[in-house]
Ligand binder design. Structure first.
Ligand SMILES: [Zn+2]
Length: 376
């Protein structure tokens, strides 16, 4: 049976342990044997999972190119990602969003060569125009159950895993309930909602916040907004972009200190991730990339050029403890997406592993025990 040795991040130890890990031909972890020997071999972390990514290496989820999901899957493997949820931008339901849902489902059924394509994250179109960020205002529409049904049908296979919605638009709470009943997890985001409306949306079934702090009502002491809800609610998952641009490092550190069990590292990356600076597009809109940021002509941030391995290195540099980082990059997203066999290195789990060197660079990525990227 295949095996490897290294310093494995294990639960419940919650730190790196010299060990040998063995998996079966079906890609399931068979056993993990701690070793007494010195600390040698790579650091081995559970595979990274990104629930919010628009593109990488020149590819964009909204493109027409039929190979884009395969190319994204391969590109993401180089960065330690073993599973991703492809994010759309706000666009007409028919034909654009329906086309992307259909094409992505078909692509996943054909199989991915790298990271697993786990489903679709609809960012819009039911968002708040006052917090649109880089989402095109002309395609923002009011939430109705009729439109929701046109968008995802009955979603019986759960392929649409996530939707980002603004709860403060009339009709939104009914659509939150409807989405949850159709197996779609609801993130609140692109919204100027008050604390009270945010609370109502959580009661209606919403469970997360999209790119925490960005494009949402800020924390004020009498009106804590969605940012306050994220900090103070004990249940809500919070997506965080740790490129040092979207959220200041000191705030990132505070978020990990106070709510580490609820953080989901995401990239919100667009096509320019893992590419040189220059002119790109996000869902068809022109975006200029320079100095690590991606912006519309008016300066609005338009996604990021972050990759999850870079996010991890940033967090280590900002002195966030490794266990909190591993939780946010693997374990929490797996729990959030309802993937009970991912996100941890333990017997019976899928052998999704990231091998890193002492500088926290990716050496190899394994999905179900098979190398999907190998630089060794
Ligand atoms: Zn996004």
């Amino acid at each position: 049976m295949p095996s490897l040795r290294g310093r494995l991040f294990l639960h419940p130890e919650n730190h790196l342990v010299p060990a040998e890990i063995t998996w079966d031909d079906g890609g399931r972890i068979e056993r993990i044997e701690p070793m007494l020997s010195a600390n040698t071999g790579p650091v081995v972390l559970p595979g990274f999972i990104d629930e919010h990514i628009h593109g990488i290496s020149g590819m964009d989820v909204m493109d027409e190119d039929s190979n884009r999901f395969v190319n994204m899957s391969q590109a993401l493997a180089r960065h330690g990602v073993t599973g991703f949820v492809a994010a759309t931008v706000t666009a007409p339901i028919d034909p654009d969003l329906k086309r992307v849902i259909k094409q992505s489902r078909a692509a996943a059924q054909d199989g991915m060569p790298g990271a697993s394509l786990l489903g679709i994250h609809l960012e819009g179109p039911f968002i708040d125009p006052t917090c649109k960020g880089a989402q095109p205002e002309s395609s923002i529409i009011a939430p109705t159950i009729e439109r929701a049904r046109e968008l995802i049908g009955d979603n019986s296979d759960g392929w649409v895993r996530l939707i980002t919605m603004a709860p403060n638009i009339p009709g939104a709470l009914d659509v939150v309930r409807w989405m949850v009943s159709r197996r779609v997890a609801v993130n609140l985001g692109h919204s100027g909602a008050t604390w009270d409306i945010g609370r109502e949306a959580l009661e209606a079934g919403a469970t997360g916040l999209t790119h925490f702090f960005n494009a949402m009502s800020p924390l004020k002491h009498r009106e804590p907004g969605l940012a306050g809800l994220g900090l103070m609610s004990s249940q809500v998952w919070c997506e965080l972009i740790t490129d040092g641009i979207h959220v200041r490092p000191e705030v990132v550190r505070y978020v990990f200190q106070t709510m580490g069990k609820r953080v989901l590292l995401i990239t919100d990356a667009m096509a320019a991730a893992a590419m040189p600076d220059g002119d790109y597009r996000l869902g068809g809109r022109p975006v200029r990339v320079f100095g690590g940021s991606a912006r519309l002509a008016d300066g609005t941030l338009a996604g990021s050029v972050l990759t999850l391995d870079h996010a991890l290195r940033n967090l280590l540099q900002w002195e966030v403890p490794l266990p909190a980082i591993v939780a946010a990059i693997s374990q929490n997203p797996a729990a959030r997406l309802g993937l009970p066999d991912r996100g941890r290195l333990a017997p019976a789990m899928r052998a999704d592993m990231v091998l890193m060197d002492s500088d926290w660079q990716i050496q190899a990525t394994l999905r179900a025990g098979v190398a999907i990227y190998d630089a060794r």
